[in-house]
Design a protein around this ligand. Structure first.
Ligand SMILES: [Fe+2]
Ligand SMILES: [Fe+2]
Length: 166
């Protein structure tokens, strides 16, 4: 494997470790192990630093316009190609948790694709997006502008569970 391929693999691995450790930290917190939770969060932060260093080393971080193009391409692939296939297979195999997870992600990636596309138009015109609040559904990841809905149109969770984005 080339060093570029190694960087890709290492980036994927470190990115996964970051999200796993944050999930593990929440469980450690629930288990009353605050210091173990802190260790998971510290390692998660370090893995993010490694992931970003690998991504930088492979030239994966560019201008905001180019980064938006990469984001649009990634979200487009996910909602048009990757998740539809995965969803169909999960349905055929009767793997319900996978079906729900893929269905939620598919719906939200389409929303991200639209939001990123609007952002790219603004950036190409030399502007930032208009100022607004953003909220994320803690169950399905639905991402909404302005204010949280009464209930999530994708997963039905109560709107007051939505988290504002800083
Ligand atoms: Fe997305
Ligand atoms: Fe949701």
């Amino acid at each position: 494997m080339s060093s570029m391929e190694n960087l890709q693999d290492a980036f994927a691995g470190e990115s996964q470790a970051n999200r796993k450790y944050l999930a593990f930290a929440k469980i450690a917190e629930q288990d009353g192990m605050a210091q173990v939770a802190k260790l998971f969060r510290a390692a998660a932060e370090a893995e993010t630093i490694h992931a970003h260093a690998h991504l930088r080393a492979m030239g994966g971080i560019k201008s905001t316009a180019e980064n938006l193009e990469a984001a649009i391409e990634g979200e487009g692939f996910e909602f048009k190609d990757m998740y539809p296939k995965m969803l169909t297979q999960a349905q055929e195999e009767g793997v319900k948790p996978a079906e729900i997870s893929f269905k939620n992600a598919l719906a939200v990636e389409e929303i991200h694709h639209g939001m990123y596309s609007k952002a790219l138009e603004a950036v190409k015109a030399g502007n930032d997006l208009p100022e607004t609040s953003l909220y994320v559904c803690p169950v399905c990841g639905n991402t909404v502008e302005g204010s949280a809905p009464d209930k999530c149109p994708i997963c039905n969770v109560a709107g007051d569970k939505f988290a504002p984005v800083a």
